[in-house]
Design a protein around this ligand. Structure first.
Ligand code: KG4
Ligand code: ZN
Length: 334
């Protein structure tokens, strides 16, 4: 990997830029947009505007920290999708203009594939074939990875993503957006077996999180009707129990996938892989069932451009480039 790439990520609410040189990440800049917090969720138009403000400084910072000039770049990688159209447009337009100005190739990257390829930034790296549970705000998938650029989704959610289930539960508890990390924080102080939520069975390797979301809604409604300060008094136990239920749903199908494929190389990726309960339980399953597990460093779990740089590098190596007419693909699939 004897080349240097700039990578841009703008699919959702983080404006990120990174530099990779000879296969090593030299910088990884993330500008998080706090504007969405007061609205309790991402407002697409505001995300797009914030990307426009952040992208030039984020790229300048990434080049500075990597100690290179833009003239040393051999290519520009960017997230083509999936994501919010208005957000993706900013990154795609910037990457196209930057690459055109420098006369270097453009490399389009699938955001979900990049979450998985983040495992090749650091050691230990998984060996092929491996299974990757990809869990984020928009996706819940079990992916069979047979090579760097060969992946197949073998199971996925039929309704909400698990990140959404974390965020919506947090909202019911009166916690600010994004609630996933806060549920995790309170859960660490609570009893995961204080309350039980159903693990509804779904076909094959697919997931469903809408049933548990409704169960949590009714549970909280009934308890607070009897005891108005139920949530405040029991926040740690409620969060621990919700987290336990969501993590167990994830692991049940992952165990099934391992049994069906016979593959014991198991990775997790995406924002929810930052969850301490998931990381702990995955390791417990691994110890018990003889799996090799791969858990990314925290900064490579949630959205970042280092993973786009890594994915872009595998494509650059193989001469797979995008043309100047490329446009965002909000519903891009693995
Ligand atoms: O991958 P990501 O940064 O963005 C998407 O591509 O969606 O994932 C964001 C999701 C959000 O739903 C957020 O609440 C969740 O990941 N998340 C967590 C934790 N950290 C982030 N959920 C539970 N526990 C965490 N520690
Ligand atoms: Zn993501």
């Amino acid at each position: 990997m004897n080349f240097t790439l700039l990578a841009i990520e703008s699919s959702c609410d983080e404006t990120a830029a990174a530099v990779i040189k000879n296969g090593k990440i030299l910088s990884n800049i993330i500008a998080t947009q706090s504007i969405h917090q007061k609205y309790g969720g991402i407002v697409p138009e505001l995300a797009s505007r914030a990307h426009q403000q952040n992208i030039v400084p984020a790229v300048a910072q990434a080049l500075l920290q990597a100690n290179i000039t833009k003239y040393m770049l051999n290519g520009v990688a960017f997230t083509k999708g999936p994501g919010l159209l208005g957000s993706l447009l900013v990154g795609v337009s910037f990457a196209k203009a930057f690459a055109l100005g420098l006369n270097v190739p453009l490399i389009e990257v699938n955001h979900m594939e990049a979450h998985i390829l983040a495992h090749f930034i650091d050691d230990p790296k998984p060996s092929f074939p491996f299974l990757c549970l990809t869990v984020s705000g928009g996706h819940t998938q079990i992916v069979l990875v047979t090579d760097y650029l060969e992946m197949k989704v073998i199971g996925q959610t039929q309704d909400d993503a698990v990140g959404e289930a974390f965020d919506k539960s947090a909202k019911l508890l009166g916690l600010p957006y994004p609630g996933g990390p806060l549920v995790d924080k309170y859960a660490q102080l609570g009893n995961p077996y204080a309350y039980a939520f159903p693990n509804v069975d779904t076909p094959a390797l697919n997931y469903s999180f809408s049933g548990i979301k409704t169960a949590i809604l009714y549970f909280l409604r009934d308890r607070t009707a009897r005891e108005p300060d139920f949530v405040e008094k029991n926040m740690n136990d409620i969060c621990a129990s919700i987290q336990e239920a969501l993590v167990e749903i994830l692991l049940k199908k992952l165990r099934k996938a391992v049994n069906e494929t016979g593959i014991k190389e198991v990775a997790i990726a995406g924002g929810v892989s930052a969850n301490s309960g998931l990381r702990k339980k995955l390791q417990e399953n691994a110890d018990k069932l003889g799996w090799n597990v791969y858990i990314p460093r925290f900064e490579y779990c949630t959205d970042n451009a280092a993973m786009i740089a890594m994915a872009g590098a595998f494509k650059y190596e193989r001469g797979i480039f995008a043309d100047q007419q490329v446009s965002p693909d909000p519903r891009m699939k693995i």
